[in-house]
Design a protein. Structure first.
Ligand SMILES: [Zn+2]
Length: 393
């Protein structure tokens, strides 16, 4: 049986062919084979016949059976117009920044060789009208999403295709949380999406070591991967992500992955409304909460002493020097975010504080103090001069 996956793509159940048969074609008739319908309106049709691989057997690589896969994943999502978005989130009592309209994925064996692909157009349930920017960017039309697969079914099919033992590779940190938010709204499980590695930091670490968010296009350019398919199609982007992944030492990247957050003695979230916690109405409430104002040592649970003032930096970051009698000085960092319902949450981390870090923190405190005093003096001067200013009528 031949199943039509999405525009321009199909997989032939058990048929021959593999990913190598991959070409770009702009002149195919709309219904090229076997009377398939529903090719949509796209004029650029790239097609490949794929073996319908059973989840636990990937023989694409020399007949050897493989148990563990990497799956590069990319999503396209429909954004809502602001008012609608707020109304829907309020009604649902959950975060929903967008609704997934395409899932694209490429399956790789442990040597990063491509052995399958998946793509599905999803029918949104809340943001049903395609946003004009999304349409422009992705080429996905109203007609296409109207004929899409509802998310619970699309996710179930996708999960079956993923198999049992796999880890996701994504370009950037956004896709999996978006998919999880969407699944939660539909009351679907999300734990099967937990094994995920963002390739951006792995790429940075294995190239120039610069800690920056690079685009997929940038990585492709660095590795000489040709942009031979239109971008902003979930399957194409998943395919390009796979090509970039193949140039990286993934095993090494994954082995070092946890270490990047390694210096954190504690890494917790406070007031995350997405997970059902109550957010903080005001920043002051958050800063006065026991976990922040009376923190405990993550190693011995004894109260930490607060050793200096709180440094407030740009982007709602707060840092304060704390200390434990047994475990020494630590820096407590808070990074605040808005919840979907306009309350505040924060990520709280505690790290061991080196002498240099303490010196840098104190330097910043001093500078912010000078800035504050200057501001106050200016304001006072203005206030004093105000009454003596002649009133011109
Ligand atoms: Zn301690």
């Amino acid at each position: 049986m031949t199943e039509l996956c999405t525009r321009g793509f199909f997989r032939a159940g058990g048929a021959l062919g593999c990913f190598t048969h991959f070409r770009r074609c702009g002149k195919l008739p709309r219904t090229p084979f076997l009377g398939l319908t529903g090719w949509g309106e796209c004029c650029i049709i790239h097609m490949y016949v794929l073996r319908d691989l059973s989840p636990r057997k990937c023989r694409a690589s020399g007949g050897k059976e493989i148990d563990m896969y990497y799956i590069t994943l990319d999503l396209e999502w429909n954004q809502a117009y602001a008012e609608q978005s707020q109304a829907v989130q309020k009604r649902l009592g959950a975060r929903l920044r967008g609704e997934v309209i395409q899932i694209g994925a490429v399956k790789l064996d442990e040597k990063l060789r491509t052995c399958g692909s998946y793509s599905v157009i999803v029918k949104p349930r809340y943001f049903r009208k395609i946003h004009r920017h999304v349409k422009q960017l992705t080429g996905i039309t109203q007609q296409m999403i109207d004929g899409g697969v509802p998310l619970p079914e699309a996710a179930a099919r996708f999960r079956r295709w993923c198999g049992e033992d796999f880890a996701f590779l994504t370009w950037g940190p956004d896709d999996i949380p978006m998919l999880k938010d969407n699944l939660r709204v539909h009351g679907q499980p999300t734990d099967w999406l937990d094994a995920v590695y963002d390739l951006q930091p792995i790429f940075n670490e294995q190239t120039d070591g610069v800690n920056k968010q690079r685009s997929l296009e940038y990585a492709m350019e660095v590795f000489g991967v040709e942009q031979n398919l239109p971008a902003h199609d979930a399957l194409n982007d998943a395919y390009f992500t796979a090509r970039v992944a193949a140039k990286l030492d993934i095993a090494k990247g994954i082995a070092g992955y946890g270490r990047r957050t390694g210096p954190n003695l504690e890494d917790t979230e406070l007031g995350n409304a997405d997970t059902g916690e109550e957010g903080f109405a005001e920043i002051g409430d958050l800063l006065a909460s026991p976990a922040v104002a009376q923190p405990a040592c993550p190693l011995c649970r004894k109260p930490l002493s607060i050793l200096d003032r709180t440094l407030h930096s740009k982007g709602q970051k707060y840092t304060v020097l704390v200390g434990c009698e047994s475990h020494g000085k630590m820096l407590m960092n808070l990074k605040l975010h808005r919840n979907f319902n306009e309350t505040w949450r924060c990520r709280k981390t505690l790290t061991e504080a080196t002498e240099e870090q303490i010196a840098a923190y104190r330097e910043k405190l001093k500078n912010s103090e000078i800035r504050r005093k200057t501001r106050t003096r200016r304001r006072r001067k203005k206030d004093e001069s105000a009454p003596t200013t002649p009133v011109v009528s």
